[in-house]
Design a protein around this ligand. Sequence first.
Ligand SMILES: [Cu+2]
Ligand SMILES: [Zn+2]
Length: 183
Amino acid sequence: MIGRWSIGCLSAALFVAPVSLAQPAHEHAAKTEITRAIAVISPTKGNSVHGVVTFEAVENGVHVIADVSGLTPGKHGFHIHEFGDCSADDGMSAGGHFNPLGMPHSMPSSDKRHVGDLGNIEADKDGNAHLDFVDGMMKFMGENSIVGRSVVVHEKEDDFKTQPTGNAGARIGCGVIGIAKPK
Ligand SMILES: [Cu+2]
Ligand SMILES: [Zn+2]
């Protein structure tokens, strides 16, 4: 009896499967295509950095807009790190700079850089920083996809030379990059 029941179940499943796959391909693509992402920056232990970073697909790349507060005045290293894991007190759980192409650490304007090398954000005397630029290397899909990784804000300035970190010091803020509602 059990054997017959299982066979009946299996044939029902085989019969139903082609129907669910019959959706038009373009409809599926429209639902899954990512055009915006967002990271909300929270402070690591002992720090007070907060911020929001948005990423939006534009014709020539990804438009990045960052607003970060609670910084010391001056420049702070600003990168995408490999893992979307801000759980460690010191932010080290986020791993190193996101580097899917095996390149050296460099500045955002270089074509031989970590995909995650976004340079520095510069805070004013009140500790507020704003950054707005378009990057041609980051993607929302495939090997260079930044979705599910993290944005890390550093204590010190990225010198664009020291390998592989830019010598930017401690990780003072961290936020996971998630999919955002398209505008
Ligand atoms: Cu970093
Ligand atoms: Zn780097």
